[in-house]
Design a protein around this ligand. Structure first.
Ligand SMILES: [Zn+2]
Length: 318
């Protein structure tokens, strides 16, 4: 970890203070053995039958979409997040550089962070369409294409929920960045909200030539099938854990296992039981557990497959 990343505010705000969850490793260790093993990736306890110590690894998890710059700006010390990631065996994340400041931060961060596997993207968020110059990201991506940590273009896409007045500009930007992904031969991370038909139309050509991920998928089975038919990958966020997200839960149950990625989209969308709090990559364990449970799958099997999918999608060493 870079030295400057270790610095955080002396006192984190209370909503973002990370408390041990009942299933957290340090808790388990403390409860059963009285031992404290900081930073371990194991769960330990004593078997009542044998009285012998057993150790269980959490499965490896990778966060396919996070805004760690925004998490840190919410006064969460990075050290706290890093400790919790180690406990939950979160191996790293894709840091999203979707505006000029974020891409500079992302490049610097990923090139200095050695404790986790951190890679970044370059994109342009649809909510900025028509407000700022979208060409800066295109130039930045071209200039940094040899950086091994720059692994995808995104997030880019369409958001007609918030951006009804900028549909024309959003379409232009989305088209330009889709072309960029093809030019640079990088996968594309797509943000789409209330814009299913237009999204399908734009990615249908791109999906034949590069991998496309529907990040923070929020639709139902029908929309998901449309994307899957194009060969897209589907990324589920903490929303899937929300009580009323019935259609999304159903989609997460039926999505082919080799097409699933998971993400925090931190600092937003913290999964239950942290809903409403500042999100961070370590909490993705709760999203993984929820989907594995919905699918009646062993958590290890589910996480191992998602890990493989992530590695393949971004073409990264993790
Ligand atoms: Zn995002």
């Amino acid at each position: 970890m870079a030295k400057w990343l270790r610095q955080g505010p002396a006192k984190p705000l209370s909503p973002v203070r990370i408390r041990p969850t009942p299933e957290s490793p340090s808790d388990e260790i403390g409860r059963h053995t009285g031992l404290k093993i900081p930073g371990t990736q194991v769960r330990a306890g004593s078997s009542p039958a044998s009285g012998r110590l057993f150790i269980l690894m959490n499965p490896p998890i990778f966060d396919s979409h996070t805004h760690i710059d925004m998490v840190i700006s919410k006064e969460v010390p990075y050290q706290t997040i890093a400790d919790k990631m180690r406990e939950n065996n979160v191996k790293g994340f894709i840091q999203i550089g979707s505006d000029a400041d974020a891409m500079l931060f992302s490049k610097q961060f990923c090139n200095q962070e050695n404790d986790f596997h951190c890679y970044y993207t370059v994109g342009f968020h649809p909510s900025d369409a028509g407000k700022t110059d979208f060409n800066a990201g295109i130039l930045f991506a071209r200039e940094n294409i040899k950086d091994k940590n720059l692994v995808a273009i995104g997030e880019v896409g369409l958001d007609y929920y918030y951006g009804k007045n900028s549909m024309k500009e959003q379409l232009e930007v989305f088209n330009k960045y889709t072309e960029l992904a093809l030019e640079l031969k990088k996968p594309l991370c797509v943000h789409t909200r209330d814009a299913h038909e237009d999204t399908l139309q734009i990615i249908s050509k791109a999906a034949k030539e590069t991998k496309v991920l529907i990040h923070c998928f929020t639709g139902g089975e029908k929309e998901m099938r449309d994307y899957l038919e194009l060969g897209c990958y589907i990324s589920f966020s903490g929303i899937v854990t929300f009580n009323k997200a019935e259609e999304l839960k159903q989609a997460s149950k039926t999505c082919p296992l080799d097409k699933i990625l998971i993400e925090s989209d931190a600092p937003f969308l913290a999964p239950v039981p942290y809903r409403g709090k500042t999100n961070h990559p370590a909490l993705i364990l709760h999203t993984a557990k929820h989907i594995a449970q919905l699918r009646d799958l062993d958590l290890n099997d589910f996480c191992n497959q998602v890990y493989k999918n992530t590695k393949f999608f971004f073409n990264i060493e993790i």
